[in-house]
Design a protein around this ligand. Structure first.
Ligand SMILES: Cc1cc2nc3c(=O)[nH]c(=O)nc-3n(C[C@H](O)[C@H](O)[C@H](O)COP(=O)(O)O)c2cc1C
Length: 367
């Protein structure tokens, strides 16, 4: 028999934001926003999760006001009148169902290729113009470009607040623009934006400060980061707890309220000699609340989904034990919530036998 899921359903507060429970919908790109505009189907999709006990929804990545911020014409924008009024309707639907929602703000950097839509004329940008070590796609960003992109992140956070979102998540993970500054494999600059670990966090810290100055002191800012990169699953920003502490301190000082620590399997220890995972270490080192994530209730990791593979249901006992030991504060659930809007309600009601397995077909529609 499984242990009680009650620890997942205790309330939690981030500053003045009160969450009914600890279950977070993980940000998942769905590409159902033609022309960058989220429509009524997107609003209904998020509303269904809010109606079914998800404590906090983090939206799919939504791209900032820069011509090269995306490589997919069906990814939503967080700029421009049509997209912003689409998001206002999403927020209204989620709030009407008693839910809480934050947009994930995003720039893909050199994951975009020359000529990609939309805006095929806009070249990609990256700290050193590298997609990965040895693969140069463009010249390094100029100082002026860096400053203008930092300002665009700040404007996106300001829009999030104006639209009535409950906070904002900055996407600093998975080898996209911000992570390209973090990772020495893609940041070979010798000016103040590159060099040692501390220098490589400068861009992200400035992004956080720019967001903070646009949203004021009380609006929650979540920062998502990962060790792994889509360019190299084995890459690591920090190989020891000491280095991780050095990496996190400037971000924490810049005004991050919650760290969202993206791992593929939540139960894996991050460093030898301790069972703590990346989120557990982040909480211990910064004293800030953390979100853990990765294969919750599923037997394969997210890359299986991108290879067209499904996943079957597994126990969440290890996750609940982590909450009981107070190692993590919130848990993000990805594929299990993509396939099943009622995942949280079923776990709450101890109906684990009713959870749906993840199928790659579920990615083809917004159910
Ligand atoms: C279809 C799909 C789209 C995703 N899009 C994003 C995204 O836009 N931003 C992001 O930070 N992570 C994204 N992810 C990663 C998820 O947020 C999550 O970290 C990952 O799926 C692991 O959680 P899971 O094992 O519960 O699915 C995506 C994952 C999937 C499956």
């Amino acid at each position: 028999m499984s242990i009680s899921a009650a620890p997942l359903f205790k309330p939690f507060a981030i500053k003045n934001l009160k969450l009914e429970n600890r279950v977070v919908m993980a940000p998942m790109t769905r590409s159902f926003a033609p022309g960058g505009v989220p429509g009524a189907d997107v609003a209904a999709y998020y509303r269904r999760r809010a109606e079914n006990k998800v404590g906090l929804i983090i939206t799919e990545g939504t791209v900032i006001d820069h011509p090269a911020s995306t490589n997919d014409p069906r990814v939503p924008h967080i700029h421009g009148e049509a997209a912003l009024s689409g998001w206002a309707k999403v927020v209204a639907e989620v709030h009407a169902a008693g839910g809480r929602i934050m947009p994930q703000i995003w720039h893909v950097g050199t994951v975009r290729k020359m000529g990609d839509k939309p805006n095929p004329e806009a070249p990609p940008i990256g700290p050193s113009g590298l997609f990965k070590p040895g693969v140069k796609v463009v010249e390094p960003m100029s100082e002026a470009e860096i400053e203008s992109v930092i300002a665009a992140y700040g404007r996106a956070a300001g829009e999030a607040r104006s639209l009535g979102f409950d906070g904002v998540e900055i996407h600093g993970a998975h080898g996209y623009l911000i992570d390209q500054f973090f990772w020495e494999g893609t940041n070979q600059r010798s000016d103040r934006w590159g060099g040692d670990m501390l220098a490589r966090t400068r861009f992200a810290a400035e992004v956080v400060k720019s967001c903070r100055s646009n949203v004021g002191p009380d609006f929650p800012i979540v920062f998502r980061y990962s060790q792994w990169k889509q360019q190299d699953y084995a890459a690591r920003l920090a190989t020891t707890p000491e280095l991780l502490g050095k990496f996190l301190a400037p971000l924490s000082d810049a005004g991050v309220d919650v760290f969202h620590c993206s791992t593929r399997r939540f139960w894996e220890p991050e460093f030898d000699g301790s069972h703590l995972n990346l989120a557990g270490w982040t909480k211990k080192l910064t004293g800030k609340p953390v979100i853990t994530v990765g294969s919750v209730s599923l037997d394969t990791d997210m890359f299986a989904a991108f290879r067209g593979k499904g996943a079957t249901i597994t126990s969440i006992d290890k996750l609940i034990e982590m909450f009981e030991r107070d190692e993590v504060d919130l848990v993000a659930v990805g594929r299990a919530l993509l396939v099943d809007p009622a995942w949280a309600a079923k776990v709450h009601d101890d109906r684990m036998q009713d959870l749906l397995p993840f199928t790659p077909e579920s990615m083809k529609s917004l159910s």
